[in-house]
Design a protein around this ligand. Structure first.
Ligand code: FAD
Length: 595
C-alpha cells in the first residue's frame, strides 16, 4: 500500500527510476492475480493454440486479490480455515456459459456443495437457528433481542428499547402494512419506487416512526455498498426489506434495478456455494491449474486441504509464473500501439527495486483507477471513464472462538447491530471439505465473522461515500478494533456465558480499502440502464493490451471477474472461440426476462 500510494503521488519518480531488465520475454504479462487475472491467464493457456509463457504480477503477498484464505490454529491444536474476503459463489443459476465452462474446466462441481459439503441441518441440530438484534447504547452497553425459532415479532418486539409507537409501526410493517397506491398501476408504482430512496419510502410513504429508519439504516450496504438513505426503494424491495406487500409489485425483474438488485430478484439459488476459505477456493483452483507444483493433490477436497508452496509459484523456466509483491507502475508499447510488436511493463519488487519486463501482449486485471495512472497512451475521456470506478471500502474481521456454548444458549447464529460499529457478527458457514471440518460441537473451535461496509459520508452520492469511507478505514488502529470486538461480543453474549478473555483465541482484521466494484444505481447514475455505460468505454483495449477485472463489468462478483477475463482474452486472441460472457453489468438481461 505504501509503495502504491507513493507512486500515485509521484508517478514520474517511478517512471524515471533506474530499472533492471528481466531476462526472457513473455507471451503475456498479466497485471493483477485476483480471480480475473488468474482466470485470464488460464483462458489464455487454454485458447492460445500453442505453448505460451505467462508472467502474472501482483502487489499482494498471496494470490487471489479479494479472494483471500485465512488459517488459524486453535489452542486445542485444531486447524481452522476461514475466508478473509470474497465469500461465496452467488446465484450460480444466473452464471454465464463462460463462468460455467471455467468451473467445469477446473473440475468444480457446484452440485457437490448442497449435496456433500454444506451441512444444511447444522444450525437446527446445534440449536442456533435464530438470529438476534443488538441495540447499541454506547460502548459496552446495549440490549440483545433474540429472534429464536418460533418467536413472532409480537413476542420479541417488547424486548427492544424502542418506544411503543415505534414498536407498533414495526409490527405493522412486518405484518405486511405499507402504502397501497391503489390509484396507480404496477408499472407506475415501480417507477415511483425507482425514483426515491428506501429511507424516504419508510418515512414518507410507509409513515413509520423515525426510529425504524435507524433500525434499517445500513441493511442495504452489504449488497449495494450504501445505506438506505442512498439505495433506491426498488432495490430495497428486491432485497426483501419490508413495506412493499400491499403494493403487489409482482415477481418480474425490473430493468431499473441495480445489477445486484436484478440478481437478487431473479435468483432462486440457496446461499450454500461456499468453500471453507470462501472464493479463495476458486482462486486456488486456478493457481493449481496454472502452476500444478504449487498446490498438490486433485479434486475439490485437496483445494481445501493443501498448503500453497509460495516458492513454486515463481520458478525460473516454468511456463506460468506468479510473482507476488510486485507493484506495476508503468506500461508502454515499443512504438505506436497499433503497430508495436512489444509492450514494456515496469514494476517495483518487494525490495523496492524497479524492473522492466517485455511482453507480446498484456492483460490488465488490476483496478480501473490504477490503469488510468499506468500509461499515458490513453485519451483523456477513457482515463476519465476509468476513474469512474470508485471501489466500495469494507471491513471484515475473523474471531477464533475456542468454544461457543454462549451462542447455543442464546439460540442464535448471527447478531445484527443497530447503531453499533459492526453491521453483523455470525458463526461461520457450516462447510466441511476434505480434511477441513466445521465444528461438530460447541466445544470445538469456530470462527465468528464480523463485517461492515464503511459508509464514509451518509447522504452523499455513493462514490463520495466510498472515498470518505476509505480514508476512515485506514485510520482505525488494530488494537482499537480488537478492543471494540472483544467489548461487543462480551456485552452481547456475556449473559449467555461468553467470556471474551477465555473464549477469544485470535482476531484478524481485513481492510478492503478497494473493495466492491462500483455498481450503477438509480437515482445516482442517469445512464443506468440505457447507457452508454462508463465501464464499456473504460475497458476498451488498445494496441496489444486488454482490460479485465470486475471493474470492467461494474459488478462486484466473482462471476463478473471471470466474465470480464473471458471478454478481454477474446480480444487478445481474436481467432479463438471463447464461451459467451454476460455483456452488461448484472445477469444476462435475456435470461431474466429483460431482453
Ligand atoms: C470483502 C469482499 C467480499 C466479497 N464477497 C463476494 C461474494 O460473496 N460473492 C461474489 O461473487 N463476489 C464477492 N465479492 C466480489 C468479488 O470477490 C470480486 O468481484 C472479485 O474477486 C474481483 O476479482 P478481480 O480479479 O476483478 O479484482 P481483485 O480481486 O481486486 O484483483 C485485482 C488485483 O490487482 C492487484 N493490483 C492492483 N493494482 C496493481 C498494480 N499496480 N500492480 C500489481 N498488482 C496490482 C491487486 O493487488 C489485486 O490482487 C466480494 C468482494 C469483497 C472485497
Amino acid at each position: 500500500m505504501a509503495t502504491a500510494h507513493a507512486w500515485r503521488d509521484a508517478p514520474r519518480a517511478h517512471a524515471d527510476a533506474v530499472a533492471e531488465r528481466d531476462d526472457g520475454v513473455e507471451d503475456l504479462v498479466v497485471v493483477g492475480a485476483g480471480l480475473s487475472g488468474l482466470a485470464g491467464a488460464w483462458l489464455f493457456v487454454q485458447h492460445a493454440g500453442r505453448p505460451v509463457r505467462i508472467l502474472l504480477l501482483d502487489a499482494l503477498a498471496q494470490p487471489g486479490g479479494h479472494a483471500q484464505r485465512e488459517e488459524f490454529t486453535s489452542r486445542s491444536g485444531r486447524r481452522v480455515v476461514a475466508y478473509g474476503g470474497s465469500q461465496s459463489l452467488d446465484s450460480p443459476s444466473l452464471f454465464s456459459p463462460a463462468m460455467n465452462a471455467l468451473l467445469a474446466g477446473l473440475q468444480i462441481d457446484l452440485a457437490r456443495f448442497p449435496a456433500q459439503f454444506y451441512d444444511t441441518g447444522w444450525t437446527e441440530r446445534h440449536g442456533v437457528a435464530g438470529n438476534a438484534l443488538w441495540f447499541e447504547r454506547g460502548t459496552g452497553a446495549g440490549t440483545l433481542v433474540r429472534r429464536t425459532v418460533g418467536r413472532t415479532p409480537a413476542q420479541w418486539l417488547p424486548d427492544t428499547p424502542l418506544a411503543p409507537p415505534a414498536q407498533a409501526d414495526w409490527l405493522r410493517l412486518l405484518e405486511g402494512g405499507g402504502p397501497r397506491w391503489a390509484h396507480l398501476g404496477v408499472a407506475a408504482r415501480r417507477s415511483r419506487l425507482a425514483a426515491m430512496t428506501y429511507r424516504e419510502f419508510l418515512l414518507r410513504h410507509a409513515r413509520v416512526h423515525p426510529a425504524l429508519a435507524e433500525v434499517y439504516a445500513d441493511r442495504t450496504a452489504g449488497y449495494f455498498g450504501v445505506g438506505i438513505e442512498a439505495t433506491s426503494a426498488l432495490d430495497a424491495w428486491a432485497l426483501g426489506l419490508p413495506g412493499f406487500d400491499a403494493l403487489a409489485l409482482g415477481e418480474a425483474v425490473d430493468a431499473r434495478l441495480s445489477p445486484s438488485g436484478r440478481q437478487l430478484k431473479a435468483s432462486r439459488d440457496d446461499y450454500v456455494y461456499h468453500f471453507p476459505d470462501g472464493n479463495a477456493g476458486l482462486a486456488r483452483a486456478l493457481v493449481r491449474a496454472l502452476v500444478p507444483d504449487a498446490l498438490p493433490g486433485q479434486g475439490m477436497e485437496a483445494l481445501a486441504d493443501g498448503t500453497l508452496d509460495a516458492a513454486a509459484l515463481d520458478r525460473p523456466g516454468a511456463p506460468v509464473r506468479l510473482r507476488q509483491r510486485a507493484l506495476v507502475t508503468g506500461l508502454r508499447h515499443l512504438g505506436p500501439p497499433a503497430q508495436a510488436e512489444w509492450v514494456e511493463v515496469r514494476y517495483v519488487d518487494a525490495r523496492g527495486v524497479s524492473h522492466v519486463v517485455r511482453a507480446r501482449q498484456v492483460l490488465l486485471a488490476c483496478w480501473h483507477r490504477v490503469i488510468a495512472r499506468l500509461t499515458d497512451e490513453l485519451p483523456a475521456a477513457q482515463r476519465q471513464a476509468l476513474d469512474d470506478q470508485v471501489k466500495v471500502p469494507l471491513l471484515y474481521a475473523n474471531v477464533l472462538l475456542g468454544r461457543w456454548h454462549a451462542w447455543q444458549r442464546a439460540g442464535v447464529r448471527s447478531i445484527q447491530s443497530v447503531g453499533g460499529f459492526w453491521s453483523e457478527a455470525a458463526l461461520d458457514f457450516p462447510v466441511s471439505m476434505g480434511g477441513v471440518r466445521c465444528a461438530q460441537s460447541p466445544d470445538e473451535p469456530i470462527v465468528v465473522h464480523l463485517d461492515k461496509v464503511v459508509l464514509g459520508a451518509p447522504g452523499r452520492p455513493p462514490r463520495e461515500q466510498a472515498a470518505a469511507g476509505r480514508a476512515q478505514l485506514l485510520q482505525w488502529r488494530f488494537d482499537e478494533l480488537e478492543q471494540n470486538i472483544r467489548g461487543w461480543l462480551h456485552a452481547a453474549l456475556g449473559p449467555y456465558g461468553l467470556d471474551a478473555a477465555r473464549d477469544i483465541e485470535a482476531v484478524s482484521i481485513h481492510r478492503w480499502a478497494h473493495g466492491y466494484a462500483y455498481e450503477y444505481m438509480r437515482p445516482w447514475d442517469r445512464h443506468w440502464p440505457r447507457g452508454p455505460l462508463p465501464c464499456e468505454h473504460a475497458r476498451r483495449g488498445w494496441g496489444r493490451v486488454a482490460i479485465a477485472n470486475s471493474d470492467a463489468g461494474a459488478y462486484a462478483y466473482a462471476h463478473s471477474a471471470v466474465d470480464q477475463a473471458t471478454r478481454a482474452v477474446q480480444e487478445l486472441l481474436p481467432q479463438a472461440r471463447l464461451p459467451a460472457w454476460h455483456p452488461m453489468p448484472g445477469p444476462n438481461p435475456r435470461q431474466i426476462g429483460l431482453g
